[in-house]
Design a protein around this ligand. Sequence first.
Ligand SMILES: NC(=O)c1ccc[n+]([C@@H]2O[C@H](COP(=O)([O-])OP(=O)(O)OC[C@H]3O[C@@H](n4cnc5c(N)ncnc54)[C@H](OP(=O)(O)O)[C@@H]3O)[C@@H](O)[C@H]2O)c1
Length: 272
Amino acid sequence: MKVPYLKLADGREIPQVGLGLWRVKDETEFKISFDTGLAAGYTHFDSAQAYENEQFLGKCWVDADLKREDIWLTTKVRTEIIAVGKTAWSVPRSLARLQTDYVDLLLLHFPVSIARKKAWKELEKIKADGGAKSIGVSNYTVKHLEEMKLYATEMPVVNQVELHVFLQQPELLEYCRENNIAVEAYSPLAHGKKMDDPTIIAIAQKHHKSYAQIMLRWCIEKGLVVLPKSITPERIQQNINIFDFELDAEDMNRLAQLDQSLRTCWDPTRVP
Ligand SMILES: NC(=O)c1ccc[n+]([C@@H]2O[C@H](COP(=O)([O-])OP(=O)(O)OC[C@H]3O[C@@H](n4cnc5c(N)ncnc54)[C@H](OP(=O)(O)O)[C@@H]3O)[C@@H](O)[C@H]2O)c1
C-alpha cells in the first residue's frame, strides 16, 4: 500500500502512517513487526529512548539492506533525561543505537516543567549540527506551545499527542493548524481499549472495512499523521490498508459524536 506524505513547516515530507513501537521490547517480536511492516509498505517507524528498542530498530533497518533515505526514523528524548538536563548527551547515544548519523524526527517526549526550555534549545542545536532533520515535541498542550513562542528560535514542526475518535481535541488541532504544526496521532486505536462502539461497527460494515481501519481512516480524514502499533502481522497489514476508501460527511458527523475526552495514556493538561 502506497502511503501519502504530509508536508511539514520545514519543507520536509513525512509518511502519513508510521508503525508505532511502544511496548515492542522483545527482539524477535520486533523483527517480525518491522519486516511485516516493511513488506506491507511502512517506511516510517516511531521509536523513543523510553521504548528501549532503538537498538532493534537500528539492526532491523541495516539488516533489511535499505538506503537510509528510504525510511523515516523518529525517536524521542526520554522524560527523565530531559528532567536531568542531559538531552544533548543522550542523542548521540540514540543515533549509535539506531545505526545512523541522523534521525528524521527528534521529539521531546513530554513537556517537563522548567527543563523543557533548555531541552528545546539543545534540540535546535542538534538539528543545526545535522543530528536531526526535523524537530518537534510530544504531549504539548496549547499552553506549552504558546510558551515556546517566547524562547524558541524555531518552532516545532510536529506535536505528537494522544488523538482518536474518543479523544478528538478540536482546540489543539485548530491551534496546530493555525500555527503550521503537524499533529501526529498516537494511540489512534485508543490503545485497543474501546473496540466495541456500535457506531464504528456500523460504519465498518458499511465500508466493508475493520473497526480499526475506521478509527485510523478518521485520523487521515482529519489530516493527521497516524501511528498505529501492532505486533500481529495481519493487523500490521490491515492498519496501513486505509487508502482505498473514504469516510463521507455523514460518517464524519456520526464519528464526531463519539468524542468523550477518553485518555488512555498520560494527561499533560495539568503540567505547569
Ligand atoms: N509520544 C507519546 O507519549 C506516545 C504515547 C503512546 C503511544 N505513542 C506512539 O503511538 C503508538 C501507538 O499507540 P499505542 O501503542 O498506545 O496504541 P494503539 O496503536 O492505539 O493500539 C495498540 C493496541 O491495539 C491493538 N491493535 C492494533 N491493530 C489492531 C487491529 N487492526 N485490530 C484490533 N486491534 C488492534 C494492538 O494489539 P497487538 O499489538 O496485540 O496486535 C494493541 O493492543 C505507540 O506504539 C507509540 O509509537 C506515543
